[in-house]
Design a protein around this ligand. Structure first.
Ligand code: UDP
Length: 237
């Protein structure tokens, strides 16, 4: 914990000395896998995330298909070596929840009506985790979907804000997530401002929640520029 003394006030700073509204350094690369229809690699802080997209394609799981639109299915997976304590391989309650909310966050951006009876599969592999992987996964998945050439209204972008040491801060690290008082992951479509994911874990009063939401939306807008740069550097402006 860092202690900062300003105007005779003692404030606990962030562990990595970031300002309350500062994102961790992020980089995104589009089109990193040969065999996937679309892919992206994202690093933010200590997170390393790879996303592969397949489709729209036929699926042998007929009951999941819809006659008048395509469907999106996501699988979020954490590698056993991605965290300090070995993670037991395979799906669990947390990864099932993140897979579900990721599909729900991305779906409103996709124009799947032109692909009836088809499936888009999104595989999110967390290779190293350091807090905020659900948001990083959504941000990377959106770039991978664009890389796959799937028509979209906008790139969905996600970022969390939360409360740590009684202060509302942006983009919680793993330590801040574990030690903090609240975490609010948010995903938006920046073009029309539509919120496609809003979760809240922990305790925030009305004012703090509203500050966290505003901060997360500002964070999303900054990250959205990095998404666009990744696609421009792959495909040109
Ligand atoms: N984490 C972990 N082991 C697990 C699950 C999570 O060490 O089995 C860590 C990981 O760094 C993750 C963080 O705890 O990023 C916070 O997890 P949370 O469920 O809040 O989701 P996230 O913040 O990654 O979206």
């Amino acid at each position: 914990m860092v202690v900062i003394i300003t105007n005779n006030e003692t404030k606990k700073g962030r562990d990595d000395n970031r300002a309350f509204d500062e994102l961790r350094p992020m980089k995104i690369e589009a089109g990193v896998l040969e065999r996937a229809d679309g892919s992206a690699y994202l690093e933010v802080g200590g997170n390393k995330i790879l996303v592969a997209v397949y489709g729209p394609r036929e699926s042998y799981i007929r009951r999941l298909l819809k006659p008048n639109t395509g469907v999106i299915r996501c699988r979020y997976n954490m590698a056993p070596f991605s965290v300090g304590d070995r993670k037991r391989p395979g799906p669990d309650r947390r990864s099932n929840e993140i897979s579900k909310i990721t599909a729900e966050a991305l779906r409103p951006a996709l124009l799947l009506e032109n692909y009836p009876r088809s499936m888009v599969d999104v595989f999110i592999e967390v290779i190293e985790a350091e807090g905020g992987t659900r948001c990083a996964g959504i941000t990377a998945a959106s770039v991978a979907l664009a890389d796959a050439g799937i028509p979209m209204k906008d790139l969905v972008v996600a970022c969390a804000a939360g409360k740590v040491n009684d202060e509302v801060v942006l983009d919680l690290s793993e330590y801040e997530d574990k030690d903090g008082q609240a975490d609010v992951p948010v995903a938006i479509m920046p073009r029309n401002g539509e919120i496609t994911l809003l979760q809240s874990d922990g305790n925030l009063d009305k004012e703090e929640f509203s500050q966290a939401l505003d901060l997360a939306i500002e964070g999303c807008k900054k990250i959205s520029e990095i998404q666009k740069e990744a696609l421009v550097s792959k495909y040109g402006g």
